[in-house]
Structures are given as C-alpha cells and as structure tokens.
Design a protein around this ligand. Structure first.
Ligand code: SF4
Length: 67
C-alpha cells in the first residue's frame, strides 16, 4: 500500500499563482485575502493530484513527503 503524504508549503516561495488550486481543488484553496489554505495530510485517493499540484507549482513551494 502506498504511504500517506505529508504536505507543506513554503510561504516565502509561494507567490499565490493558484496553479496548485487548479490542479487539486479541495486540497489547496487560495482565499480572497491571498492566504493559501491546504491539506497537510491529504487522503489517499487525492495523492496523484496533490503530487501533480506540487509538480506544477512554478515556485517549487510545495514540499511533499511520503510518511
Ligand atoms: S502553485 Fe505554488 S506559488 Fe502558486 S499558489 Fe500554489 S504553492 Fe503558491
């Protein structure tokens, strides 16, 4: 079985482009005030789209680890 993911976003690198939200809505949510909320422990079925969101981030601000 694949291990669950642990997600962190580096707020200093993140420039609020929103690609992560487009790739994985529900796991990443860019609020109107510019704050990025995200799922630190995404459920297993969301794994692939969270990994895709991390790959699409132009700032490489999303760090994903398998736990
Ligand atoms: S894609 Fe990257 S830079 Fe853009 S909002 Fe998401 S984490 Fe931030």
């Amino acid at each position: 079985m694949r291990s669950p993911l642990a997600v962190t976003v580096d707020n200093y690198r993140c420039h609020r482009y929103g690609f992560c939200q487009a790739e994985a809505p529900g796991n990443f949510d860019l609020a109107e005030d510019g704050r990025l909320d995200y799922d630190r422990r995404p459920p297993a079925p969301d794994r692939d789209r969270v990994l895709m969101a991390a790959r699409c981030c132009p700032m490489q601000a999303i760090h994903v680890e398998s736990r």
